[in-house]
Design a protein around this ligand. Structure first.
Ligand code: BJW
Ligand code: ZN
Length: 246
């Protein structure tokens, strides 16, 4: 794959880099994406699983789905894309990851500054009193309950729910001063997360998209690479390392 010289130079001279990631960055770790022909939304209806009313209607079904996904996530490992993103920290003073993913793979790969916009599958809380239960919860066909008797739910942002304010505003702050904004493996259709792409554009960041398909973000990216993040990111990192060492 040809990486244009001016793009390599732009990255190599950057001070601040933000990686905005979605499900596609974890696809090569074996975690299914949501949309498109291989997406899980093809088989399951989001409105039946990923909203609060669905949880109240059928908490058993929602918990079964999350336990299944947690199992897949626990069996998975960070891939070359997560590892390359983490390695960028060695060469640049200010690197942050703004992720829509709930799978912890950026953390496991060693990234230090991570803003999780849609929650984290390892955290759970009581819908009644808000107590957090972050350890593995026992689930044997029963919905976990809090000491207070309330239902416990995963700490995931479902449709119609607000994003965690602090994570979102920290992400906005990082984006307001970044030189390079990578958009990796996201269809960029879920808001308000997708609005950050336009914030980066307004802030004059140089926008680089990596995705197997064309997306909404392709329209505003300064440079789009078509292919797997686990192939393209290590290539970019290597050529940037060469440029830095010149
Ligand atoms: C690869 C690859 C490889 C594959 N390498 N690439 C109408 C217009 C605008 C907004 C709305 C609207 N109607 C409703 C809304 C709001 C709604 C929304 O945005 N809906 C749109 C879908 C229409 N948003 C919300 O509800 C949000 N909250 C909100 O707005 O609050 C305000 C409010 C409060 C009160 C009342 C009303 C409003 C909350 C959004 C929460 C999203 N949550 C989910 C989690 C669900 C459950 C779970 O995970 O357990 O987050 S949905 C799901 O989508 C998940 C993801 O984080 C998110 C984004 O998906 P992502 O990451 O982009 O994945 P995919 O699958 O879409 O794309 C993968 C990409 O990877 C593809 O492009 C592939 O090509 C690529 N790829 N392999 C590189 N190897
Ligand atoms: Zn409680």
């Amino acid at each position: 794959m040809k990486i244009p010289d001016d793009v390599v130079k732009k990255i190599a001279t950057a001070k601040s880099i933000v990686f905005f990631t979605g499900a596609g960055v974890s696809a090569e770790s074996g975690i299914p994406i949501f949309r498109g022909k291989d997406g899980i939304w093809n088989k399951l209806k989001p409105e039946e699983l990923a909203n609060f009313n669905a949880f109240l209607r059928n908490p058993e079904m929602v918990w079964e789905w999350y336990n299944h996904r947690k199992q897949i996530i626990h069996q998975s490992m960070p891939n070359q894309a997560h590892l390359s993103i983490s390695e960028f920290q060695k060469y640049f003073p200010d690197v942050s990851v703004v992720t829509q993913n709930i799978d912890n793979l950026h953390r496991r790969a060693g990234s230090k500054t991570i803003y999780e916009l849609h929650g984290n599958i390892e955290r759970n809380y009581c819908i009644n009193c808000g107590t957090f239960y972050n350890e593995e919860l026992p689930f044997e066909g029963r919905v976990p309950k809090c000491k207070c008797g309330g239902l416990i739910r995963p700490d995931i942002v479902w449709f119609g729910e607000m994003l965690p304010e602090k994570e979102f505003s920290s992400a906005e702050k990082a984006i307001s001063c970044c030189d390079i904004f990578f958009i990796i493996g996201t269809s960029a259709v879920v808001y308000p997360a997708a609005s950050l792409i336009y914030a980066a554009k307004e802030n004059d960041a140089f926008i680089i998209e990596i995705n197997t398909e064309e997306t909404e973000a392709s329209k505003i990216a300064n440079q789009s690479f078509r292919g797997k993040a686990g192939d393209i990111l290590p290539e970019i990192l290597n050529i940037v390392k060469e440029e830095i060492s010149k």
